[in-house]
Design a protein. Structure first.
Length: 243
């Protein structure tokens, strides 16, 4: 399935709310004042990590999800552990047609590193099914992504890119089940998010069908820099009115 480029050139400049910046700065300063010199250095090193966690509400802590196919878990990418596998997937012709990250491992490494060393608006993950790595995901803040330049987005809208790694796992409805599970995880893990977005390539009919099956609604087509996409949205359901 499809992804847009996650490099810094393709994303919007991030402007955090003043109250959030003030809160982080005050908390860090208070802790630093009470710390020894080595502790102060550690606190400053972790200040960026706290900001990363805030943008997508701690994906690493979302936990596993039960699906008809088994227990599914999103695990943030570790470059040393996961690079070879993800690079192999990117060189599969069925994947390469849409992701366009073929070539040596360095190509995939650059793509992953841009997210891992960025401000946390996009988190690359490996999808584990019953403990086996079998898919690659990018969970990203659509309101901070280049997508916001081309279609209306709402604050905290969260986007999803994915690919199924092995051909044996494709074409049997697994993508639909996992997309549904990930959308559920996003909405449960991010209370401020009211919509999950996807923008598969219009040519990628299996991907479009999988999102439809997972409860996403097509909202029209949009021309992005690298593709013409179908904008698809799954909205958080409104609570039932009290009797």
């Amino acid at each position: 399935m499809h992804s847009t480029d996650a490099s810094a050139d393709d994303t919007l400049d991030l402007h955090l709310p003043e109250e959030f910046v003030a809160l982080v700065r005050t908390a860090a300063n208070d802790a630093a004042d009470a710390a020894t010199a080595p502790e102060r250095e550690g606190l400053r090193a972790h200040e960026g990590l706290r900001a990363h966690e805030d943008l997508l509400d701690g994906i690493a802590d979302w936990g596993p999800s039960d699906t008809p196919a088994g227990a599914f878990h999103l695990v943030p990418v570790d470059l040393e552990r996961d690079l070879a596998l993800i690079a192999r997937w990117m060189n599969d012709p069925a994947v390469a047609a849409y992701w366009e990250l073929t070539g040596p491992q360095s190509v995939t490494a650059d793509h992953l590193r841009a997210q891992l060393t960025g401000d946390g608006r996009s988190v690359p993950c490996v999808g584990m099914l019953d403990g086996v790595p079998m898919s690659y995901w990018e969970i990203y803040r659509a309101d901070l992504d280049q997508l916001a330049r081309y279609c209306p987005v709402r604050p905290h809208d969260t986007g999803v890119h994915l690919l199924i790694g092995d051909g044996a796992d494709r074409g049997r409805g697994l993508g639909t089940e996992l997309i549904r599970a990930v959308a559920d995880l996003v909405l449960a893990g991010r209370p401020a998010c009211t919509r999950v977005l996807a923008e598969p390539d219009v040519r990628n009919r299996p991907s479009v069908a999988a999102f439809l099956g997972a409860g996403f609604r097509p909202m029209g087509e949009v021309d992005l820099p690298a593709k013409r996409a179908v904008l698809m949205i799954r909205a958080r359901e409104a609570p039932e009115p009290s009797p």
